[in-house]
Design a protein around this ligand. Structure first.
Ligand SMILES: [Zn+2]
Length: 466
């Protein structure tokens, strides 16, 4: 066997290659070399800023060389922005290791994030680079866990349900994602989940080297100019505190820079796909193909000045290359039919919070805010416990049947007023109560028939019910 003429030099060189720190690389560039898309039309391909040029600057605010602590993204759907938060997790694991807390609203969102979004991206990435950076998930903290954990050299990622008390009291994070922030809800008995979330960053507040990304489609506009009023959309509130950047295009006719405002879309009602956008300066009708060129050459410009304003970005369908003027025109025409549809158009297409009209009666506004997909008399998927309560009145009985989830989220399954004199225990109305509450079967989301688990009767009016 022949010896290598300079074995030591060879070994030293190989070792040096292995331990040399990686060249600094901005997040946007790193993503284009590492992030393998796992769904959509480009599945299997590397992520590219070409499909969403407005994401580059946002991504580069997330790196440690950018001095900001907070980045806010107020966005519509179909903008490609959601991938940023996920891609950042991979980047942190490889390039800027630190503990990262990733909060989402609700247990379903948490499971979907873990198994449906993040893990497939991690798997595709590690297959591409032929290395394991993030260890396979070995344990979770118990059945029905509100937290998932992933481990890498120099840090961990905790995925957490922001709408429950996060079991993170002993944990300290340097980086954080507040995903779908507008759907974060106050936790009964504990308060604001944002306060709870930020508590994990206390150790890095003095040195001001933590980094949090907030990203969400908006929800409700209370009409409060600063967005401070209770119930005001959380992402909009944070955007209002930011430097409020909009993606500006140049008018192909007069060159004036502008960002889109919905009222300037000139809708062709007969042929929505011929709709154009009117330049506010010269009146030129900007076509869809001109829009695409303009978006590709666009730039972020802030609209709010002042100290302590962090980078805040507004992304809507007008700058999305997955949408067109025609698509937006169609969506707006469809939104004319109900207030719920108008709210969806504002939130999901314009990326704006929606202000309910003041003249709608309370019950109408309430109905518009209810969850989609619920059916009267049916138990929703997460309705674990089914209970009924009855209130005995002189000439009838109010009956309400509710389903509860383990986190105390609840749904009204049925609400009835059973008419009839309640003066005698043998009165027919009590038989009806038995039929509607004790004997009735309620189909659930899994095709089973359910009965109520408990019935409470307020018999205060008639103190001797049967
Ligand atoms: Zn113009």
């Amino acid at each position: 066997m022949t010896e290598h003429p300079n074995a030591l030099a060879l070994i030293a060189r190989r070792m040096a290659e292995q331990i040399r720190p990686a060249d600094p690389m901005r997040l946007s560039e790193w993503l284009s070399h590492n992030l393998v898309l796992v769904d959509g039309p480009a599945a299997g391909e590397l992520w590219s800023a070409e499909g969403a040029p407005y994401l580059t600057e946002i991504a580069d605010c997330l790196g440690e060389d950018h001095p900001c602590n907070l980045v806010t993204v107020r966005k519509s759907q179909q903008t490609g922005a959601s991938i940023l938060a996920l891609g950042w997790v991979l980047y942190v694991a490889e390039r800027e290791p630190a503990n990262l807390l990733y909060g989402v609203p609700g247990i379903d969102a948490l499971r979907d994030l873990n198994t449906g979004k993040l893990q497939p991206l991690i798997d595709a990435w590690q297959k591409k680079i032929r290395r394991t950076v993030i260890s396979p998930q070995t344990s979770r903290s118990g059945v029905g866990s509100t937290t998932y954990e992933k481990v890498f050299a120099g840090g961990r990622v905790w995925l957490a349900n922001a709408n429950t008390v996060m079991d993170l009291s002993s944990k300290t994070a340097k980086k954080g994602v507040k995903d779908e922030l507008s759907k974060w809800q106050d936790i009964p008995g504990f308060g604001d989940p944002e306060t709870f979330f930020f508590g994990r960053f206390t150790a890095f507040r003095r040195t001001r080297n933590y980094k949090i990304l907030e990203i969400s489609t908006p929800e409700i506009d209370t009409g409060d100019e600063l967005g401070e009023a209770e119930g005001h959309c959380r992402i909009d509130r944070s955007f209002k505190r930011s430097d409020q950047r909009y993606w500006n295009l140049g008018c192909p006719e007069c060159g004036t820079l502008f960002f889109h405002r919905d009222e300037h879309l000139k809708i062709d009602r007969a042929h929505p796909h011929r709709s154009t956008y009117e330049c506010q300066d010269c009146g030129h009708a900007i076509s869809e193909s001109e829009r695409v060129v303009g978006v590709r050459a666009g730039q972020w410009l802030p609209t709010a000045e002042g100290p302590d304003r962090h980078p805040g970005f507004h992304i809507d369908a007008y700058i999305s290359l997955m949408m067109s003027y025609g698509d937006i025109a169609e969506d707006r025409l469809k939104s004319e039919k109900s207030e719920k549809a108008r709210k969806d158009y504002h939130n999901l297409v314009l990326g704006l919070p929606y202000k309910y009209r003041g003249d709608a009666p309370d019950h109408v506004r309430l109905m518009e805010r209810r969850e989609d997909g619920l059916r009267r008399g049916h138990v929703p998927p997460r309705g674990l416990i089914l209970v009924a309560s009855a209130d005995v009145q002189m000439r009838g009985i109010w009956l309400e049947i509710k389903a509860y989830a383990p986190n105390r989220e609840s749904w009204v399954v049925e609400a009835l007023y059973l008419e009839g004199e309640t003066d005698s225990p043998t009165a027919p109305v009590f038989q009806q109560l038995r039929k509607e509450a004790l004997d009735r079967q309620f189909p659930d989301a899994f095709g089973r028939k359910r009965r109520i688990d408990a019935l409470a009767v307020d018999s205060g009016y008639r103190s001797h019910p049967p």
